[in-house]
Design a protein around this ligand. Structure first.
Ligand code: ADP
Length: 439
């Protein structure tokens, strides 16, 4: 533009000179000077305007002008539009990327060349109590002052991971940390919550130890009896006695294995069938007969069946859950006690409940939250003496949750206990009218 204008001005000046020399006219000279001055002013004004527009970041609106300036404005406008669109696109992409990182269940800290925090995601709040806005530009070892972490950063062997316990806002998190170097001496620090994983690992180890222990006891007893029988000369009566004791121990092992298999089956499928109906009244009546056989007349039974509802689900599971509750009531209620079984609608909950109430030894309050844990027993020897495995209530709880039901325990020491299983409407279908009130 500038060069073009100079050519034009040069041409005008040359024409003016020729005019001056050959025709000579003061008016023409004045005219040329005025044109020159106007053009210069017009250029200066446009230059100034474009500078101001750049400074004010106002290049997108349409500006009218003449000649090359018009082209410049149009070019600047269209280029700015494209540039703005590209900026917006990359900003949206960046926002999406940040949102994705924020949604990550892992904590992420970006560190600069001297291990100062450049950026961290929201998860770092719950993992390290970091404030993403407040803590940027701070040295990471100043904010995470755990000796093992400082040591990890100093050793800089980042192929290894670091485990930090007692982390989080409540100090109950177990975190796995690893640093990943990137770019020019920058680092990405990743933290993963492994609390549940570690808990499961510990539970699995406990479980294996418990199963081995439970099996070892009857096996040791069996082994002892076998040695006695093979090494000593015994009378027929004594032999029968030992065989009976051995049979008791092997039955105990069989029950344990059966219950373990039941738990494995329950673990492997999340929900019970919605296609089969368990005739609940019939099932309870069958179970009462079994309970009376186990009680051998030592307890008084009360049966109150007032609901005709049937459960939708797995018959063998419901049988096992109800049977465990009734068997426990018999086992933990001394002679002369009363055991009450109920199957009744709970109108306010829109549900039906199976409950077993006994007048037995009861459970101290502190044990109640733990009795559904696998192998947890209040009194280990009493449980064993009555043929318990410590798995019964774990099965009951599992069956309840697979049928969308809830297990509730109310108990008082030396007064008795009530175990109830409540099933929601969605797991019930009405059956034939039958009311049993026996006691
Ligand atoms: P177990 O085979 O030992 O009975 P359970 O899982 O069925 O295992 O029960 C866990 C523990 O809960 C029992 O060891 C016992 O201490 C306690 N318990 C269960 N039912 C009763 C009950 N009806 N009365 C008193 N204590 C009970």
């Amino acid at each position: 533009m500038g060069i073009k204008l100079l050519y034009i001005l040069g041409a005008i000046a040359a024409l003016a000179y020729l005019w001056e020399v050959f025709i000579s006219s003061t008016t023409t000279t004045v005219f040329v000077i005025v044109i020159f001055a106007l053009l210069t002013l017009y250029n200066i004004w446009n230059e100034d305007r474009i500078l101001r527009l750049i400074l004010e970041d106002d290049l997108i609106a349409k500006r009218s002008s003449f000649w090359d300036w018009q082209k410049i404005y149009q070019l600047v406008q269209s280029k700015t539009k494209v540039w703005r669109q590209e900026t917006l696109k990359s900003e949206t992409q960046y926002d999406k990327f940040l949102q994705a990182i924020q949604a990550s269940p892992n904590g992420l800290i970006m560190l600069d060349e001297v291990d100062h925090i450049e950026w961290c995601n929201q998860m770092c709040r719950s993992h390290f109590r970091l404030e993403p806005n407040r803590d940027v530009r701070q040295p990471v070892t100043y904010l995470l002052r755990y000796p093992s972490f400082i040591d990890y950063m100093n050793k800089a062997d980042f192929n290894k991971t670091l485990n930090l316990e007692g982390m989080g806002i409540k100090g109950d998190l177990n975190l796995l940390l690893q640093v990943f170097p990137y770019g020019e001496n920058k680092k990405l620090l990743l933290s993963q919550d492994v609390t549940l994983f570690r808990k499961n690992e510990a539970m699995r180890q406990d479980f294996v130890a418990n199963v081995s222990h439970e099996l070892r006891t009857p096996l040791t007893v069996l082994n002892g009896f076998l040695e006695t029988i093979s090494e000593l000369k015994l009378s027929k009566g004594e032999e029968r006695k030992y065989i009976n004791l051995m049979s008791l121990q092997s039955k105990r092992m069989l029950t344990l294995v059966e219950e373990l298999l039941m738990l494995t089956r329950l673990d492997s499928s999340p929900e019970a069938s919605l296609n089969t109906i368990v005739k609940t009244n019939d099932l309870i009546i069958r179970l009462v007969d079994d309970a009376k056989n186990l009680s051998l007349g030592r307890h008084h039974f009360q049966i109150l069946i007032t609901s005709t509802n049937n459960i939708v689900g797995e018959e063998n599971e419901i049988f096992s859950a109800f049977s465990n509750l009734i068997t426990n009531a018999v086992r933990y209620t001394p002679e002369g006690g009363t055991i009450t079984l109920k199957w009744a609608d709970i109108l306010e909950k829109d549900a039906t409940q199976f409950s077993v109430t006994d007048t037995g030894i009861g459970i101290a309050e502190e044990h109640i939250p733990r009795i559904t844990e696998r192998f947890y027993r209040v009194d280990r020897s009493r449980s064993r003496d009555t043929g318990g495995t410590g798995l019964g209530l774990a099965i009951v709880k599992h069956v309840a949750s697979r049928h969308e039901g809830q297990l509730e325990v109310k108990s008082a020491l030396a007064v008795g206990s009530t175990f109830s299983l409540t099933f929601p409407k969605g797991r019930l279908v009405p059956g034939i009218t039958l009311e049993i009130n026996e006691g």
